[in-house]
Ligand binder design. Structure first.
Ligand code: NAD
Ligand code: TYD
Length: 345
């Protein structure tokens, strides 16, 4: 407990898609909590995501990189931080294929920086928000699921950097006794997701009647979960997760990309002629699917939002926030976006 009478945790990446949802959900459900939100405000981080809590004194925003170990250490001292939840990352597979270096800097070096602070300050808990992509790819035609004991076999530079970070979390727990847990979640969707990822990109393109670039044959499968269900699992992992353990998080909602794209078009009343098959992503993982029974049993967690309702609400959110869309699609990203868009077969 700090002098202010609050429990204080440091959350990294809290201006991004999952981080902003997490910070807002935590402050809404825990009156006695203060969050030190450290974010570098990369192309994916946006303070507009945090507008709902901009006047909440329990939210302290710090514009910084998690690799700055000295600053992270002094923030933890200054605010009497009890634990860290590491959500910050470079998160997009296609970008990692173009240039892996930022992924090494933030995802690996940044994680080691925060682990070092957790070790030196003997913090009470460390949650590493990882991904199911560290397990590699499942056969498209099998019913096999990723469990926590599935061997790590990352295929993209992004997933390799996340797997590497997971190994450092394991090592800092084993060697230094850092009370760390890892969550590995499947693909998230929901409001405020940067429109480089499948669902928001397709929603925005469909809204503007632009073509929808589907990689390869469109039959790659992902296991979709609403961001708020993921955030609830992260919260529970922080409170109840056993140090040294890994928890898979997923919503039993496997879907191929073409089906997602057709559903979005149908909800928006647009023609399937907008679908454009483009060159496949190099090394494209075929299928992800999660067995989340351990998190359900040990963290008392379960997903609550159905994909049908969650997707409709997500589409409505993008329709209701044209300024947000205009803002995130300006500047540096516009070039990237048109580059991707023209990657035709
Ligand atoms: P995002 O790209 O939307 O947001 C990442 C945030 O991290 C941004 O606000 C960015 O400014 C910040 N950031 C980047 N580098 C930083 C640095 N060096 N220091 C401080 N802040 C920095 O990502 P997201 O989709 O919200 O993903 C968040 C986390 O969840 C990532 O660790 C990702 O691996 C994991 N994850 C994401 C998904 C998904 O489907 N999006 C699924 C499973 C796990
Ligand atoms: P993405 O949202 O980038 O997440 P991830 O690769 O981390 O799973 O992509 C989800 C799926 O959608 C993946 O199979 C690649 C595919 N995809 C497209 O077909 N077209 C696109 O424009 C994008 C961004 C993704």
């Amino acid at each position: 407990m700090s002098d202010s009478g609050h429990r204080t945790i440091l959350v990294s990446g809290g201006a991004g898609f999952i981080g902003s949802a997490f910070v807002m959900q935590m402050l809404a459900t825990n009156t006695n909590l203060r969050i030190i939100n450290v974010d570098a405000l990369t192309y994916a981080g946006n303070l507009e995501n945090l507008q709902a809590i901009e006047n909440d004194p329990r939210h302290v925003f710090i514009h910084a990189e998690i690799q700055n170990t000295e600053l992270m250490h002094s923030l933890c001292e200054q605010y009497a931080v009890e634990g860290i939840i590491n959500i910050a990352a470079e998160s997009h597979v296609d970008r990692s294929i173009q240039n892996a270096n930022p992924f090494i800097e933030t995802n690996i070096q940044g994680t080691v920086s925060l682990l070092t602070v957790a070790r030196d300050m003997k913090l009470k808990k460390f949650v590493q928000v990882s991904t199911d992509e560290v397990y590699g790819s499942l056969d498209q035609h099998s019913t096999e699921l990723f469990t926590e004991s599935t061997p790590l076999a990352p295929n993209s530079p992004y997933s390799s950097s996340k797997a590497s970070a997971d190994m450092f979390v394991r090592a800092f727990h084993h060697t230094h006794g850092v009370p760390a847990v890892i969550t590995r979640c499947s693909n998230n969707y929901g409001p405020r997701q940067f429109p480089e990822k499948l669902i928001p990109l397709m929603i925005l393109n469909a809204m503007e009647s632009k073509s929808l670039p589907v990689y390869g044959d469109g039959l790659n499968v992902r296991d979709w979960i609403h961001v708020n269900d993921h955030c609830d699992a992260i919260h529970r992992a922080y409170e109840y997760g056993i140090p040294g353990e890994v928890y898979n998080i997923g919503s039993e909602n496997e879907c191929n990309n073409l089906h997602i794209v057709r559903t979005i078009l149908s909800i928006l009343g647009k023609s399937e002629d907008l679908i454009q098959f483009v060159k496949d992503r190099p090394g494209h993982d075929k299928r992800y699917a999660i067995d989340a029974s351990k998190a359900k049993k040990e963290l008392g967690w379960k997903p609550r939002i159905t994909f049908e309702l969650g997707l409709r609400e997500t589409i409505e959110w993008y329709q209701d926030h044209p300024e947000w869309c205009e803002h995130v699609l300006s500047g540096e990203y516009r070039d990237y976006y048109s580059q991707q868009y023209h990657r035709e077969r």
